[in-house]
Design a protein around this ligand. Structure first.
Ligand code: 13P
Length: 268
């Protein structure tokens, strides 16, 4: 069955010093059990983060981005080889901030994803709609289209390396979380689309994380939803105490009996 994952995305925050303190505090206090914990550190202290996590089972570092070419004249970019070289297992791809500010389109995102998987990295692939799309009511189609144009083009073997993160843009950094029902409805739709494209086994096994203003106060309610398998956490991952509380909420829920509603309903 699929794994619970709690991933922090530090974005353009922390220094080597504050990042180190944060990781150490989380390592000291978190008892994640079977929940995987991921730290999306900035490139300048990714190696340090990886080194701090070495030997801590279930804790991983993630790059926030990689370039879609193997190497070359791309000033300021980091390659999958560089990430692999420092033994960082995860890469975050497709975050709405990169889609918006770096104009990353589906073609580029698919190339990045493929190159990462070819190089044995796991990909946290982000998707999610803007407020105007949500208000129009076309959010399910929009998100499924994002996936159809990208990770649904992978082979089933490649797809195994994917963790999906649903992050409604209107909930990122706004303090406005999707309600547990809104999250569940979208996660259900995503899993149903994966089932149609990739089959039962991959649909049942893919972890789908929710991201967007997850805090200690709302994490458990969101994680209780049957198709929510953890979170991608921005602001709250910068405070050790908050991040630990979210990890513990995931642990609590990971132990609860989870009825596979999506599978059940899909077979009715
Ligand atoms: P916040 O948790 O700060 O809303 O950010 C979510 C996010 O974008 C994680 O990638």
């Amino acid at each position: 069955m699929r794994k619970f994952v709690v991933a922090g995305n530090w974005k353009m925050n922390t220094t080597a010093k504050s990042g180190k303190k944060l990781v150490k505090e989380v390592l000291k206090k978190a008892k994640p059990g079977k929940v995987k914990v991921v730290f999306g550190a900035p490139a300048t202290h990714l190696q340090q983060t990886q080194a701090l996590l070495k030997g801590h089972k279930g804790f991983f570092a993630a790059a926030q981005n990689v370039h879609h070419e193997q190497s070359g004249a791309y000033t300021g970019e980091i390659s999958v080889d560089m990430v692999k070289d420092i033994d960082v297992k995860y890469v975050i791809i497709g975050h709405s901030e990169r889609r918006q500010y770096q104009k990353e389109n589906n073609t580029v995102l698919l190339a990045k994803t493929k190159l990462s998987i070819d190089n044995k990295r796991k990909v946290i692939f982000c998707c999610g709609e803007s407020l105007s799309i949500r208000e129009k009511g076309t959010h399910f189609q929009y998100v499924v289209r994002q996936l159809t144009a990208t990770i649904f083009k992978l082979s089933p073997k490649e797809f195994k390396q994917i963790v999906i993160a649903y992050e409604p843009i209107w909930a990122i950094g706004t303090g406005k979380t999707a309600s547990p029902e809104q999250a569940q409805d979208m996660h259900f739709a995503i899993r149903a689309a994966v089932r149609k494209k990739m089959g039962d086994k991959l649909a049942d096994n893919v972890s789908i994380l929710y991201g967007g203003s997850v805090k200690p106060a709302n994490a458990l309610e969101i994680f209780k939803q049957p198709d929510v398998d953890g979170g991608l956490i921005g602001g709250a991952s910068l405070k050790a105490e908050d991040f630990v509380a979210i990890i513990q909420a995931a642990k609590k829920q990971s132990k609860a009996d989870r009825i596979n509603v999506a599978h059940f309903t899909a077979n009715l």
